[in-house]
Structures are given as structure tokens and as C-alpha cells.
Write a protein that binds this ligand. Structure first.
Ligand code: NDP
Length: 442
């Protein structure tokens, strides 16, 4: 696994505009900073790739148009460099629920290297309609019983598991056995034991396993990560994170322990946990947690309502996180530096309209900034990253091991809440210990 690429993730190796330097040079006193990608280039991004791969990035097609605005204006993002459809990585989408139909299928329209080629569903009527909407052949519709037949379908390179959490293990393992790469939704599984079995199955089959941590691919969250690592406002000593929503219908799978694994913690609290680890690039050494579920609330018969926990990180950062299924939606975090500033996002974890915010001391002024990198489709970036990793035979940035680490920490959070004691975790000193190849910037 390549862990040395993190610091290069926002730099430009092609002679274009360096995004990190641009943000840094935007500097003091600017109230709204807008940063965009590097300048367009006519060159192929992967000309030297081996030609034996059936699907290849070597044929990335780039188009450059003449500039319209003066140099002083906000730079426009380059036109997308795209691989022609027959050379893109083909995905089978497993489970046609709200995420698959509301976000993932539409996101393929913004993908450059990935395309949908098959559907897996327990509802043939719905699958037939979705297949028509997206031009997917009827022969490429599967159900949960005949799923293993995907092994005979060469159009399917990878499978995207978008099922209830308690079904992830079974379908990741079946996909790996069918010889397909796997992208699996978060949380990876219900337990660390399941996560380990999923990693093993993919390794045994020689297939890639990526967990769909979209926040780690989203540009504003990546800028926050870079600012933390660069000590933009000094060393990060504190982070607080919140992810809450008021959940409805008591009969849904999210409130069923077997299908969900837990309540607010694995579903939405996981964003706080995973984002803190991502921002710092470190692993917590200990956790202390407490849980509360309103007595008599039928929604919380099997899973928890509210969790609050603290994590101590090796370089001294103290992280506090809160999640709940019982209060109004709020999805935000703030990182506090020891050198005149703080930064964070509010909203941090939504699909759209994320907003970065920062505050910096400037002599007699306290200056508020709202760095704006423009909106990118988070699901398209993540699908394209998986496709690129398959094409170039690289380890995904968020592989199974990244998901396993979250499962281990969530188990420690539950243990701490149960015992009322601090739970110590294995001391891990390596930076980005579980991450693979950093995603490429446009
Ligand atoms: P939904 O309930 O909307 O959809 C789940 C789908 O799974 C169903 O529509 C159904 O599809 C299939 N399914 C198969 N068996 C069952 C079962 N026993 N009970 C319910 N559904 C079943 O869930 P979401 O789309 O919201 O979530 C799916 C996964 O995606 C979860 O792991 C969740 O944590 C994750 N997620 C991730 C998000 C992110 O931002 N990364 C956001 C939201 C969810 P069919 O009818 O086709 O068989």
C-alpha cells in the first residue's frame, strides 16, 4: 500500500496551477476564496500505462477550449478528461434503494471512467424500470438468488453494494468469489469480524475492495485535511464533530439491529469518526463514550438513539463527536489550531451544498473566510476513483482495511459506553496507516 502520496494529493505534477499554493496565496483579508482545478492540458494523463488491461485510462480524451476571462478572474475548472464508454469500468449496482436511485445512478452521468452495466434487486418490476431509465440490457438484471451468475458476465468489472449493512458481508464475499472487484457502502459491516472476512475474501480472489467513504474524496473536506496536515492555522489541538437527524418510520431496517448493526453510530456517527481520522491522518489511542436512548421510544427498542464520545490522538489532538437519531439534522465539524485560526465545514456531510468556513486573527481583526471550491458530484468522484484503481491496478484510497479500523473503533465506543471506562486502542504511529493511493485531482 502506498502511503507516501498524501502530501502530493493537492499538488500539480503537470505544470498547471497548484491548488494548495493558490489557496495559501489567497491569504489574509480575503473574505471569500474560490479555488478551482489546474489549467487544462491537451496531454493524455496515462499514456504509459500497460496495454494489456481491457479497460484502460491510456485513451483518456481531453479537449481544451480557449480562455474567455482575464487572468485576474476565478479560474474555471478544466473540461473533464473522459474515457470513451466502451472502455469504462462496468459496475453492477446491488440494492435499488434511496441511495442507489437518488444519488448513485444519476452520478454515473458525471463519471469519466465508470458506467452502470447491471442491476441486482429483489424487485424485478423496479429493476426493469431502472434498466429502461439508464439503458441497461434486460439480460443484465439479476436478483439475490441468481447473483452468483454475474461471474459469467464479462461486462461487469465491479460490483457496488448498496444494501442494508447486515447484508454487506454476504454480498461482498459472493461478488469476490464471482471474480468481481467490490465497492461497498459504509458502514463496511456490522462487526470487525465480518469486515476481516470481507477483506480476506477479496484478497483470496485477487480483487479490490473499496469502502465508499465519499467525504475522503470531496474537495472541501480534502482541503480541510490538507490545512490540518500543513498546519495552516498551527497544530490542530481540538476537533468537534456533529452528525444528527430525526429518524422516522420505526419499521425501517435502520432501526433493526440485525440489518443495521447499531443505530446512529454506524449510520451517521461514522462520518464523525472517519472524518476525524482522515483530517488528522492519525489513529485514536483511546475512546470514552456514553449512549442515551429515550425510554419508551419505539424507534430505539433495538438500536441506540444518541452517542457522544471522545477520542485522544497520538499527537495530542482531542476529538469530541456527537451523533443522534432523535434531533433535527445537523452535519458539521470544526478544527481548532494553536496559531490564530480555526476551520471546518457546515454542512460537512451532505450530498450537496457543502460549505467550508474559517476564521483567522489578523491584528485587530478576526477575519471570516468561506473558501469555495465549487461543487463536484461526490459519488461520481468516488466511482471514478475505484474505476481508475482497477484500470491502473492500484490500491483504493479507502480500502477494506480503512473500513475495518472504523469497525474496531466503533466496537471500542460501544464497550466504553457499556462499561463507563476509557477503552485503550492499539497504538498506531504510521500516518494514513490504512489508506491506499490518494485520489487524483482534476
Ligand atoms: P434503502 O432502504 O433505501 O435501500 C436498501 C435497498 O436494499 C432496498 O431498496 C432493497 O433494494 C435492498 N434490500 C434487500 N434486502 C433488504 C431488506 N431486508 N430490507 C431493506 N432493503 C433491502 O437504504 P439506503 O439506500 O439508504 O442505504 C443502503 C446502504 O447505503 C446502507 O449501507 C447505508 O448505510 C448506505 N448509505 C450510504 C450513504 C452515503 O452517503 N455514503 C447514504 C445513505 C446510505 P431492492 O428492492 O432493489 O432489492
Amino acid at each position: 500500500m502506498d502511503n507516501n502520496n498524501q502530501s502530493n494529493s493537492l499538488t500539480d505534477g503537470t505544470g498547471g496551477l497548484n491548488r494548495r499554493k493558490f489557496i495559501e496565496s489567497a491569504g489574509l483579508g480575503i473574505l471569500a476564496v474560490t479555488a478551482i482545478g489546474e489549467l487544462a492540458s491537451c496531454t493524455s494523463s496515462a499514456q504509459n500505462l500497460p496495454s494489456q488491461y481491457p479497460k484502460t485510462m491510456a485513451d483518456t480524451i481531453r479537449i481544451k477550449l480557449p480562455p474567455r476571462d482575464a487572468e485576474t478572474e476565478q479560474k474555471e475548472a478544466p473540461l473533464p478528461a473522459i474515457v470513451e464508454p466502451q472502455k469504462r469500468i462496468g459496475f453492477a449496482i446491488v440494492g435499488l434503494g434511496s441511495l442507489a436511485l437518488g444519488e448513485i445512478m444519476p452520478a454515473f452521468g458525471a463519471c469519466k471512467f465508470a458506467k452502470p452495466v447491471a442491476l441486482v434487486s429483489g424487485s424485478p418490476d423496479k429493476a426493469g424500470k431502472v434498466a429502461k431509465q439508464y439503458g441497461i440490457a434486460e439480460k443484465n438484471i439479476y436478483n439475490y438468488q441468481n447473483f452468483d451468475q454475474i461471474k459469467n458476465n464479462p461486462e461487469i468489472d465491479a460490483v457496488y453494494i448498496v444494501l442494508p449493512n447486515g447484508m454487506h458481508e454476504e454480498f461482498v464475499i459472493r461478488a469476490a468469489k464471482a471474480g468481481k472487484h467490490v465497492l461497498c457502502e459504509k458502514p463496511m459491516a456490522n462487526t470487525s469480524a465480518e469486515a476481516r472476512r470481507m477483506i480476506k475474501a477479496c484478497k483470496d480472489a485477487g480483487k479490490k475492495l473499496m469502502i465508499a467513504y465519499r467525504i475522503q474524496y470531496e474537495p472541501h473536506n480534502r482541503l480541510a485535511m490538507q490545512w490540518a496536515r500543513d498546519k495552516h492555522f498551527g497544530k490542530i489541538k481540538m476537533i468537534d464533530l456533529v452528525n444528527t437527524q430525526n429518524i422516522g418510520e420505526p419499521g425501517q431496517w435502520r432501526l433493526n439491529k440485525k440489518l443495521a448493526g447499531g443505530g446512529s453510530l454506524p449510520d451517521i456517527g461514522l462520518y464523525c469518526l472517519n472524518t476525524a481520522r482522515f483530517i488528522l491522518g492519525e489513529e485514536p489511542e483511546s475512546v470514552m463514550a456514553s449512549i442515551y436512548s429515550t425510554p419508551g421510544d419505539v424507534r430505539f427498542k433495538e438500536v441506540e438513539e444518541t452517542v457522544q464520545w471522545q477520542m485522544n490522538f497520538p499527537a495530542g489532538a482531542m476529538v469530541s463527536a456527537s451523533t443522534s437519531y432523535g434531533v433535527h439534522k445537523s452535519r458539521r465539524y470544526r478544527c481548532y489550531g494553536d496559531n490564530g485560526g480555526w476551520f471546518g465545514l457546515d454542512s460537512a456531510f451532505d450530498y450537496h451544498r457543502l460549505r467550508m468556513e474559517a476564521s483567522q486573527a489578523q491584528g485587530k481583526l478576526e477575519t471570516r473566510m468561506s473558501p469555495d471550491m465549487g461543487e463536484k458530484n461526490q459519488f461520481a468522484i468516488e466511482l471514478d476513483h475505484m474505476a481508475q484503481c482497477i484500470m491502473e491496478n492500484k490500491e483504493p484510497y479507502t480500502p477494506g482495511e480503512e473500513g475495518l479500523q472504523d469497525q474496531i473503533i466503533m466496537e471500542a465506543i460501544y464497550e466504553s459506553a457499556r462499561t463507563g471506562k476509557v477503552v485503550k486502542l492499539e497504538r498506531i504511529t504510521k500516518t494514513d496507516a490504512f489508506r491506499g493511493q490518494a485520489p487524483k485531482e482534476d
